[in-house]
Design a protein around this ligand. Structure first.
Ligand SMILES: C[S@@+](CC[C@H](N)C(=O)[O-])C[C@H]1O[C@@H](n2cnc3c(N)ncnc32)[C@H](O)[C@@H]1O
Ligand code: SF4
Length: 324
């Protein structure tokens, strides 16, 4: 699916390895959610939302700093009315744009996606979807069908694997193929804000079954199903192996809805605020970011792991990780 561009790759290497600056701005474009998923803690945070003018200024500054990718994600981007204006602005600066959505409003807002290059929709099951997300899965599948008709680039479904959806994994892979989209997997992460009662109910308990399911994903990947993850990453997920050199905070600059700059989605230590200036916060926080990464036990969010493995030029990941 990926069309390898040597120019983009060289630019990324220059920015990351020579200038030692991030290439992605990952932004909490709004502060509310229209779902209350049990395994998620973002919808519980009550913060202010940046004014649109501030977001446009942030994009200008990010681009001058050498950042070339803008990702709109938390809390639910399709709830932000000015989404098309913000994405169009990022495009006008020559940035590549992406968005991660729960898909509830996808059908309704599909014509607001003209400037979204890479769309990712969270779909954690078919039979288990309603229990996990509280909505009929057909709503999100209809949204994806509508998006397939208007989006020129590939679309991704992202599935968080938990104890609730192990039986849905293979049907979801087939569903992705039927819809003409790609699929990614990552395991549930035990976020601190989730109570023990919920965690004990939804976590994977049957480890043999879990490992067999991940082996099946690996087999499906090898036989050409549209799975974006690298084999290296899928094996790490199967073995719950978080032993990698984390580069998340070297690659991605995380901005919360109220403009705080944080290390990453797990280590949410505040590095500064956008009003302090991106370059200033970046330079000032170098030691702190390094310390946080070195002391972290790791995570298995695919964006962080695959990005870190790419940063370290791991050949299998360079050959088989298929997203952007
Ligand atoms: C926080 S959501 C924000 C975007 C949008 N509201 C959505 O649901 O896609 C981004 C991604 O994080 C995932 N996520 C949320 N909580 C998680 C957890 N505890 N472990 C792993 N992934 C999680 C969601 O499933 C989703 O794919
Ligand atoms: S839809 Fe996304 S942000 Fe909202 S509660 Fe669910 S995972 Fe969290």
């Amino acid at each position: 699916m990926r069309t390898f561009s040597p120019i983009l790759a060289l630019r990324a290497l220059w920015q990351l390895r020579v200038r030692k600056r991030p290439i992605v701005l990952s932004h909490g474009i709004n502060a509310r959610c229209n779902m209350h998923c049990e395994f998620c803690e973002y919808w519980k945070e009550e913060t202010e939302e940046m004014e649109t003018e501030e977001v446009l200024k942030l994009l200008d500054e990010a681009r001058s700093f050498g950042i070339r990718y803008y990702n709109a994600w938390t809390v639910e981007p399709l709830l932000r009315d000015e989404l098309p204006q913000i994405m169009a602005h990022a495009h006008s600066l020559g940035m590549i744009t992406s968005m991660i959505t729960n898909g509830k409003l996808l059908k309704q807002r599909v014509h607001d996606l003209n400037d979204v290059d890479y769309l990712s929709v969270s779909v954690d099951g078919i039979d288990a979807y309603k229990e996990i997300r509280g909505m009929d899965p057909e709503v999100v599948f209809e949204g994806i069908r509508a998006a397939v008709n208007v989006c020129t680039n590939p679309i991704l479904m992202n599935c968080v694997i938990s104890g609730q959806n192990l039986d849905d994994i293979d049907p979801l892979i087939h569903k992705a193929q039927e819809l003409g989209v790609w699929i990614s997997f990552e395991p549930l992460n035990e976020l601190e804000g989730i109570g023990n009662e919920i965690w004990n109910r939804i976590k994977v308990k049957d480890i043999d079954k879990y490992e067999n399911i991940i082996n099946l994903i690996i087999t499906r990947k090898k036989t050409g199903y549209p799975i974006i993850n690298s084999l290296t990453y899928l094996k790490m997920v199967r073995d719950r192996n978080m032993d990698f050199n984390c580069r998340a905070s070297d690659i991605i600059l995380n901005i919360t809805p109220n403009g705080n700059i944080e290390n990453c989605r797990i280590k949410t230590e505040k590095l500064g605020h956008i009003s302090d200036g991106l370059e200033n916060v970046w330079n000032r926080s170098a030691k702190k970011r390094k310390k946080i990464s070195q002391e972290c036990n790791g995570c298995l969010f695919f964006g962080y792991v695959e990005g870190s493995l790419l940063y370290d030029l791991k050949p299998e990941v360079m050959a088989h990780y298929e997203w952007i």
